[in-house]
Design a protein around this ligand. Structure first.
Ligand SMILES: [Zn+2]
Length: 452
């Protein structure tokens, strides 16, 4: 075989020597090209894998850069990232009441840059990423409602409310680098853009109006932008839900004067606040009001059964469908309204948020802590205004996305507030007149015009 094959090979090689050389060169070129291609692919694959590793393993790090759209895996970091552009706008903080009782209205004695006795001061507001809040201007109901069952017993409540407005305004002015007085949604947005805390005022109870719609107009002129229809007592306008045990109804919801009050609130652009009201008052006001409404500080009754919380049948009336009115329920942190004794935690508060969201929608829930109005008892994990990010983190870890959370922190309130501003503009443009109705039990003004 060798003798036969050798000559063949020899012959062949002799015969194709030049051709063979070419082929060898071509082979070498092809090999080089293959090596180059393999190298390029390897590098590309390596880069791709390295990219994936960076994205997944270091997403917390990457997320600090605005060009990376993702959020940190760590819920607290994610919450803070969301809150940088969507800070908390709290519906109800009782700082002026602390100034009243704790400092005898002497604003110069209040140092908000140092630790304050209860839940609110400037360092903790900043730490909690607060972009705005309603300063509640509140004075109490009569100690015993029997003392004033026709609401005609003269009292100092209008004076005391004016003092609360005065304290709030002076304290806002005292810290111009921190607080920006605000009376509308544009003010809130510009305060947040300027890194300030938008400071609005809400009157916590129709009893503070002295049963007078004219007083509402003057509170509005001073900058008040919500009135809670009742506190824990009935008044000439509406029924309250009382406190922990509830109370017997008086008007079975709104009185005729209460509907007139809502007309004027709608015309002025003062938000109708339904916290503290009876279920009948809330349901009737929702149906009657032309403007969207709020609950400045109320939680869900199905989660914790107390009269101060909103029942499901009322939650189902909130919306934009037939027979509904838009609104936002801003969840209260007061332990007694959150859970059985000793059980109030950040998770329990998140349960209220989720329940309201499940029944009324994620666009209809907000935050109304009631800080500084709840004494020294606070939920575990939500001890003061520095802790809002913990609630946002809890909901983030339950699957809420950044848009839903931005609605919860303040966007939902802004939508509802802007809706009320729009209704007010429309009513005024259409020539709606101020409401002149008086409480019909009043004896100080005769019931008909006098010959003078
Ligand atoms: Zn309250």
């Amino acid at each position: 075989m060798e003798s036969e094959t050798d000559p063949l090979i020899q012959n062949g090689s002799q015969r194709n020597y030049a051709h063979d050389d070419d082929e060898h060169e071509a082979y070498k070129t092809r090999s080089r090209a293959l090596i180059v291609r393999a190298t390029v692919w390897s590098v590309l694959i390596l880069l791709f894998v390295a990219g994936l590793v960076l994205v997944f393993a270091f997403s917390d790090f990457l997320s600090h850069f605005p060009w990376s759209g993702g959020l940190p895996k760590d819920p607290e970091l994610a919450a803070r990232r969301i809150m940088r552009s969507a800070p908390v706008i709290d519906g109800h903080i009782d700082l002026p009441y602390v100034v009243r009782l704790g400092y005898r209205n002497n604003v110069s004695a209040v140092d908000l840059e140092a630790p304050m006795p209860l839940q609110v001061d400037i360092p903790r507001l900043r730490k909690g990423m607060v972009g705005g809040f309603f300063w509640s201007v509140f004075v109490e109901c009569p100690k015993d409602s029997k003392d004033d069952d026709d609401f005609l017993t003269s009292s100092w409540r209008v004076r005391d409310t004016l003092e609360q407005i005065d304290s709030a305004k002076l304290l806002i002015q005292k810290y111009p680098d921190t607080f920006q007085f605000a009376t509308g949604t544009e003010d809130i947005r510009s305060s947040i853009r300027d890194g300030k805390i938008a400071s609005l005022m809400g009157v916590e109870g129709g009893h503070q109006l002295g049963n007078s719609i004219a007083v509402l107009r003057q509170y509005h002129a001073l900058g008040v932008r919500y009135v809670t229809l009742t506190h824990s007592c009935h008044n000439a306008f509406a029924d309250s839900c009382g406190m922990m045990d509830g109370i017997e109804p008086l008007h079975w919801g709104l009185s005729a004067l209460g509907r007139k009050l809502i007309d004027e609130m709608n015309r002025l652009g003062v938000l109708v606040d339904l916290s503290h009201t009876s279920d009948d008052t809330a349901a009737q006001a929702l149906t009657y009001s032309k403007a969207p409404v709020i609950w400045s500080h109320s939680s869900a009754r199905a989660v914790h059964n107390v009269p101060r919380n909103v029942p499901d049948y009322v939650l189902r009336l909130i919306g934009t469908g037939k027979g509904q009115r838009d609104g936002v329920v801003m969840v209260n942190f007061a332990p007694g309204f959150v859970a059985p004794e000793g059980k109030a935690t950040v998770k329990a508060v998140a349960n209220h948020v989720e329940h309201i969201a499940n029944v009324a929608g994620k666009k209809r829930v907000g935050i109304g802590s009631d800080y500084d109005g709840i004494g020294t008892e606070v939920p575990k994990g939500l001890e003061d205004v520095s802790k809002y990010p913990a609630l946002i983190a809890e909901l983030y870890s339950r699957g809420w996305n950044k848009y839903e959370l931005a609605g919860l922190t303040g966007g939902n309130l802004l939508r509802v507030f802007a809706g009320a501003e729009q209704v007010s503009r429309e009513l005024q443009e259409s020539g709606a007149a101020p409401v002149y109705d008086l409480y019909d039990q009043r004896k100080d003004i005769p019931p008909w015009r006098q010959e003078l």
